[in-house]
Design a protein around this ligand. Sequence first.
Ligand SMILES: [Ca+2]
Ligand SMILES: [Ca+2]
Length: 420
Amino acid sequence: MSRRHAVSALAAASLLAALTPSQAEDAPLFPRLNCARQMNDPADDAKYTLSGTGATAVKRPSDTSVDPIDILNVSLRSNADVLEAYIGVKDATKPFATWETAYSWDVTFENADGAKFSVKHMVTSAQYEQVGGVKPTSWAEYPMAGYTTAAGTGGASFKNVKARVQNNFVIISVPMSEVQLGFSEPIRQGITTVTKVAATSYAYIPSGTGNQRIADTPATTASYVFGDEYCFGPPPAALSALTLPNVQFSDTVKLSAKLTTEAGDKLAGKQVEFAVDGLAAPLKGTTNADGVVSVSFKPTSRAGTYPVVAFFKGDATNGKTMLAGEVNVLAENTGFGALSVAKPTTTTRRVTATLLDDDKHAVAGQKVVWYVNGKKATTQTTNTKGQVVYTAAKPGQTVYAAFVAVAGKYNAATAKAVKV
Ligand SMILES: [Ca+2]
Ligand SMILES: [Ca+2]
């Protein structure tokens, strides 16, 4: 009998959760510049628009050395509680500058069942009214305390959105419970996607008797899978060459993998964990000079196919990574050598059988049946040497021993009969 385990992303994810529950929550702080999986936008491409009679192009009220509304990238991240959009803005100021009016995001979510909904959202400073054409009488009337948000549109309207500016990112934060409102089934990390994320920045500057509007609307959008933190923290390390040889039930095998940087440079002296379904704790090993790590695996479960996840938790310069596979556990082959016959007296014979596996290791603690002249005589249990001794044989009898298979653990074996 074998137990078949389906290896799926979910199985791997649950194994991974069992591995390092705390590390999974460790949040690298900010996205990397020019990460391949985020929306990247050129620097210094904010567009100017003049409106109103007499408007003149003034780059901004002050400080012409920076372009604080210039969007550089947008990344999303999520966990069970919150979805956050990191809008990377060159020299974003906190609080927003007086003429810095709004940052918007525009997202389309798609769940595994195909359900979609879209939300447009704005984080604004107090002078956001000017977007509607209402020019504040004085900038001083609009202290830049805090941020407000406009209502969402589409399948869900987010009400409890927060925003903050940190490390040149405008970070929009939405409770996952509100994102969930747009879906008929649970959002699943690794499965639910954002098929479009876009962002725009706006600034309105009084200029002459008109206004000068500055906006940066990146032409590209990006997609995102819930739970993917590829762009946060250092570039992830890479595991490869996951080697999971078949192993017989009572044997030990080496499981191995190779750890490198994302660029392919080997990483030595790093701990890698192997979680094997059915084992109480992950197996831990350290990479050698070639970046190769190997651990000894001795099955504790009967024959079957078991998911395995190799996991590197990451460090300051290389992010976490994992690689999933499966290992096949097979029943051990057994066999008897030639029966050994001793003659304690002229009328008694002593027959010893030794049960070994196919690596010539003793198979201890297993039941062996003795047959005399074709009939079952007695059952004994192998000792630590794999031996059973039948002392009641008489000269002239035909004797043999048989081991019945133990499902999923040991295959059967029968000793060659001897005339004692
Ligand atoms: Ca830009
Ligand atoms: Ca073996």
